[in-house]
Design a protein around this ligand. Sequence first.
Ligand code: TMP
Length: 225
Amino acid sequence: MSRSGLFISFEGIDGAGKSSHIDGLAQAFRAQGRNVTLSREPGGTPLAEKLRELVLNDPMDALTEALLIFAARRDHLCQVIEPALARGDVVLCDRFTDATFAYQGAGRGFDTNLLSILERMAQTGVAPEPDLMREPDLTVWFDLAPEVAAERLAGARVPDRFESQPVEFFRRVAQGYADRAAAAPQRFARIDAAQDRHRVWQQLTSVFVRKGWLSIMVPTPGAVA
Ligand code: TMP
């Protein structure tokens, strides 16, 4: 039986804890017989990973940054996401375009109308339906107060260009995510990321069970960091 692909993105400010749950979800889907493609943005292809290194480490002006992010996204869609969806995979993607609206738009103050134009250019004409602008079927948003995220991140790793921003920046990014979620409530699932890991996992998996994408509640994976 062929199954249609699912495209799920995971979002939130740095330190919200999303990455540690994505592997657990991949295991849960695989245990229920689905093929899973795990990926991330910026990145996910050899070219896009090179662009990621530049975007995260090299100083550049705001338009250059946005263009590189969407160039990476286009390559990722062409090389990885669309082929995976065509095979019927579950694609779990650590960040996608909502991050661009939150970080470059709300965080950096870049023109969101221009971001919408770039979004349409980069995400249209890759899916089998020529006019379809590819977007996630579901976006899981790990919502956490910037002050709490900053505490969690403190000393955890060498910060990149974004992680080293002041808490004010992350307040704007968090508001950017809230605005995106309010504009597309049917696509977003908000997770209260201030809860302990077990409760976050329960809330997360209950979203997938309600949608009929996972058939049972899955115990919190012990191996999740
Ligand atoms: P990560 O640390 O979650 O992998 O994300 C890399 C950083 O890139 C993170 O600080 C958010 C930032 N970012 C943007 O600024 N714009 C984007 O479109 C994406 C996908 C990530």
